[in-house]
Ligand binder design. Structure first.
Ligand code: SF4
Ligand code: SF4
Length: 225
C-alpha cells in the first residue's frame, strides 16, 4: 500500500498554469484509503478547479491506477473528454501517475506526494516504481520518475555517462532514465519543462513520518507474512 497526501492547491494550480481544460482522475485503491484521491476528494478538487477558472472536462475514480491495463480500459469510456482536455490531474501515488502517463498521450500532473512507508509498493506490481520521496516531481518529467528511472536519482537532467540512450551503469540492461524523460517530454511537446531547476530533495522525507507508524496503513503494510 502506498500512502499519499494531496499537494497544496496553490502548487496544483501552478502546475496547471496554461491548461484551460483538465480531466480529473482518482484511484479507488490506496488513494481512496488515504483520503487523497477517492470519489469525494475528486469532487472537491473539481469544485476547487472550477472556482479557479478551469474547465473540468470530466472525472472518474478507477480501481487501482497502479495497473496500466486497468487504467487503459477504464479510461476508454472517457476518451472524448480526455481528447478535449489539455491535461489530466491524477490524484494518487506516484506509481498510479506513472502508469496513467504511460497509457495516455497527454500531459499528466500529479495531485499528490507519496509518503514514505519504508519501501512499500503499489497494490499491483508493474514496471513503474515510486521511491516515496514525499515531493513528487512527475509534473516536470513527463510522468517518468527521475528518482527510480535514473540510477543516480538525478533530478536536474542526466549525468555525462549516458551512451546511445543507455545508462553508464549496466548499459546492457538499463536504459538511461533521463533519455526516456527527454523522449516523453519531446513527444508531449513540453521540452520547456527541462528548463525548471529544482532545489535538492529533502531526503529526510524518505524516512517514514512518525505519525504514520501508528496507523492502520502501517500495520497492514508491515504485517508478518
Ligand atoms: S518523484 Fe518519484 S519517488 Fe517521488 S513521489 Fe513521485 S513517483 Fe514517487
Ligand atoms: S546514464 Fe542516465 S540513468 Fe544512468 S546515471 Fe546517468 S542520467 Fe542517470
Amino acid at each position: 500500500m502506498l500512502v499519499s497526501e494531496q499537494k497544496p492547491l496553490e502548487e496544483i494550480l501552478h502546475s496547471l498554469d496554461g491548461d484551460g481544460t483538465v480531466f480529473l482522475l482518482g484511484c479507488r485503491g490506496c488513494a481512496e484509503a488515504s483520503h487523497t484521491g477517492g470519489e469525494q476528494e475528486v469532487r472537491t478538487m473539481k469544485a476547487n478547479l472550477e472556482e479557479a477558472g478551469k474547465i473540468v472536462s470530466g472525472w472518474t475514480a478507477l480501481d487501482f491506477l497502479c495497473q496500466k491495463a486497468l487504467v487503459k480500459t477504464g479510461l476508454q469510456a472517457f476518451r472524448d473528454q480526455i481528447l478535449a482536455s489539455d491535461s489530466l490531474l491524477v490524484m494518487c501515488c506516484g506509481v498510479g501517475v506513472q502508469a496513467t502517463a504511460a497509457v495516455v498521450d497527454k500531459v499528466v500532473h500529479p495531485g499528490c506526494n507519496t509518503l514514505s512507508m519504508g519501501g512499500a509498493q503499489g497494490e499491483w506490481r508493474g514496471s513503474e516504481r515510486c521511491a516515496e520521496c514525499g515531493a513528487c516531481l512527475l509534473d516536470y518529467t513527463g510522468g517518468i520518475c527521475p528518482i527510480t528511472a535514473c540510477t543516480k536519482s538525478l533530478i536536474n537532467g542526466p549525468c555525462g555517462g549516458a551512451r546511445d540512450g543507455r545508462c553508464e551503469h549496466q548499459p546492457d540492461v538499463r536504459p538511461c532514465g533521463w533519455q526516456q524523460i527527454y523522449e516523453r517530454l519531446k513527444k508531449l511537446d513540453h521540452l520547456d519543462k527541462l528548463r525548471e531547476i529544482h532545489t535538492p530533495q529533502d531526503y529526510a522525507k524518505a524516512e517514514p513520518p512518525k505519525a504514520l507508524r501508528s496507523t492502520t496503513f502501517w500495520a497492514l503494510e508491515h504485517v508478518e507474512e
